[in-house]
Design a protein around this ligand. Structure first.
Ligand code: URA
Length: 230
């Protein structure tokens, strides 16, 4: 990719700004000043410094993030703050997207990445990536309802169609349920719980694929995609 494009993609300035920085000798590639804006960069092995500071350069970044309750799984809203406010340098320079949303009032593990095909792998219904939720419900859970959820229940989707869905695994203790599913329909867990008569008071995603939640609220950590699907 062209040097000016790499720098402007990483939000170091407009294409015009970064062209000027390059012309003024502010940019080194592998220790050598480069004055050509169209110099070709190999993102996977070249080292770029800007004003003496090395740029964090990767084609794809993958972050595990603990979304706290009350934050939106999207960039903007007039009322609610976005989870992207937690993401700082250098990751906030990347065009990160969410691999599987969580409701505004839900918390827990999310994966943020600029790798579109990885997002597709995580959210695609055909891949059957498992997600585990810890669910606080409004009353003690009954064994008979575990069997119902494992056998399958019907939930109504936003387009009013009926969807048959199953829990893959479920353990419970009083009013705390840990349930694993391999789908991610809109409000899926809340609807599954409602179908057997419970209201969800708190919902926390604790695992996606092989990746377990191991972070403090609002914290994130760079991971490898093999940590999730490997
Ligand atoms: N199921 C829900 O109901 N909400 C979520 O945020 C995730 C799964």
């Amino acid at each position: 990719m062209r040097l000016d494009k790499v720098l402007s993609n990483l939000k170091y300035g407009s294409r015009k700004d970064v062209k000027n920085m390059i012309k003024n000798g502010a940019v080194l590639v592998n220790g050598k000043a480069i004055f050509d804006a169209d110099y070709k960069i190999d993102i996977n092995c070249d080292k770029i410094t800007l004003n003496g500071k090395e740029i964090y350069l990767k084609e794809h970044v993958y972050l595990a993030f603990y979304k706290p309750k009350g934050f939106l799984s999207s960039h903007k809203d007039e009322i609610h703050p976005s989870l992207f406010k937690f993401i700082k340098e250098p990751y906030n320079r990347y065009d990160l997207k969410i691999a599987g949303r969580l409701d505004h009032d839900a918390e827990g593990l999310m994966i943020l990445t600029n790798d579109g095909s990885f997002i597709h792998e995580i959210v695609s219904p055909n891949r059957h990536v498992q997600k585990t939720y810890e669910i606080l419900i409004d009353k003690a859970f009954k064994l008979s309802d575990k069997n119902k959820l494992l056998e399958g229940v019907e939930i109504t989707l936003p387009d009013s169609s009926i969807h048959f869905t199953k829990a893959l695994d479920l353990i419970f203790d009083e009013n705390i349920v840990k349930m694993t599913i391999d789908e991610g329909k809109f409000h899926q867990v809340k609807k599954m719980m409602k179908s057997v008569g419970y209201e969800v008071l708190n919902l926390k995603r604790i695992q996606i694929g092989n990746l377990k939640l191991n972070l403090k609220e609002g914290a994130y950590q760079e991971i490898d995609k093999a940590d999730v699907l490997g």
